[in-house]
Design a protein around this ligand. Structure first.
Ligand SMILES: [Fe+2]
Ligand SMILES: [Fe+2]
Length: 311
């Protein structure tokens, strides 16, 4: 058995969830799509989500890319500040209102201004289980938006005492600063299963279970090339910062690809998290990114690296 299930096969099992950080450009999405079958099997996943706000050449998400990621085996895609970089996604979400693609719930700064898409989704899983996934965006060093906590409160209130029937409630918090993510996460402890940061593209080494059972990681990192600046060719970023050249057009970096995210296992009774393990995997051992794998994936490391080599 690939995952260390309880020895009593009749014992209720929690959900196995993998949430991947920002998918950047073709190399990132190819890596995710190639690795998905093995990840699903080896981790006995009930749910696989990823932030896809940079999947289209680094900027936004096209409908066809979204459909390919979902066809490859992802269950749901979240986004962030880049969600509308590819405007065809706006029409697509109008036409497919139930597509498992989220934009930040609080992205509107004025509730009277309608915003396409939706910020949360309830997914039905196997064996009658269900999960709610919420996408929010931070305010610090970001574009104006509604307050993330007051926006979240409405969605969390329905889950008080786990009475709503969801088996897990996951939050993708797309925000720039560690402090804002930590403060919001503390407010969510005891009210959600996991609070996972995205947007900075750099995985943090602070995966933890908070006192009331919230799995937390400040940032999941990205699925893309780390020999770069946030997945983009570093010479172009250097030119922009050094020469004050704001018109420099960023291009995704070419090079070794990595997959980053976090594996979460829930408690079947409470819906809280009982385990979070970061996933950081590159095509080779010489990567800039130190490798960290969930325990259950360790035997599959070589297989996964071979899958990533061709991306
Ligand atoms: Fe991003
Ligand atoms: Fe972002």
């Amino acid at each position: 058995m690939p995952f260390d299930e309880p020895t009593d096969s009749a014992a209720p099992r929690g959900l196995n969830i993998l949430f991947l950080g920002d998918i950047v450009a073709a190399s990132g999405r190819n890596a995710v799509m190639r690795a998905t079958p093995l990840l699903r099997e080896a981790l006995a996943l009930d749910l696989l989500c990823a932030n896809a706000e940079n999947a289209a050449h680094g900027f936004g998400l096209t409908p066809s890319i979204a459909e390919r990621l979902l066809d490859a085996g992802l269950d749901l895609l979240t986004t962030g500040n880049h969600v509308w970089d590819q405007p065809q996604l706006i029409d697509y979400l109008h036409e497919h209102p139930t597509a498992p693609i989220l934009r930040p719930h609080n992205m509107h700064s004025d509730p009277r201004a309608p915003m396409p898409g939706r910020g949360y989704a309830d997914l039905a899983l196997s064996e009658g289980k269900s999960v709610r996934v919420v996408n929010i965006i931070g305010q610090v060093f970001m574009e104006p938006c509604a307050h993330p906590w007051f926006s979240l409160q409405e969605l969390l209130a329905a889950d008080e005492q786990h009475a709503s029937g969801w088996d897990a409630l996951l939050i993708d918090c797309h925000a720039e600063t560690t402090g804002e993510k930590l403060a919001l996460a503390r407010l969510c402890d005891g009210k959600a299963t996991a609070f996972l940061g995205t947007h900075t593209h750099i995985p943090t080494a602070d995966a933890a279970i908070f006192p009331k059972g919230l799995a937390y990681q400040t940032d999941l990192g990205m699925c893309g090339c780390y020999d770069s600046v946030l997945g983009f060719e570093h010479s172009l970023s250097v030119a922009r910062y050094l020469k004050k050249a704001p018109k420099v057009k960023f291009e995704p970096a070419a090079g070794e690809v990595s997959i980053c995210g976090a594996f979460i296992q829930t408690d079947p009774e409470s819906g809280r998290a009982r385990r979070i393990e970061p996933l950081r995997l590159s095509a080779s051992e010489n990567s800039l990114l130190p490798s960290t794998l969930p325990q259950a994936l360790c035997p599959y490391k070589k297989d996964l690296q071979e899958l990533l080599e061709a991306c």
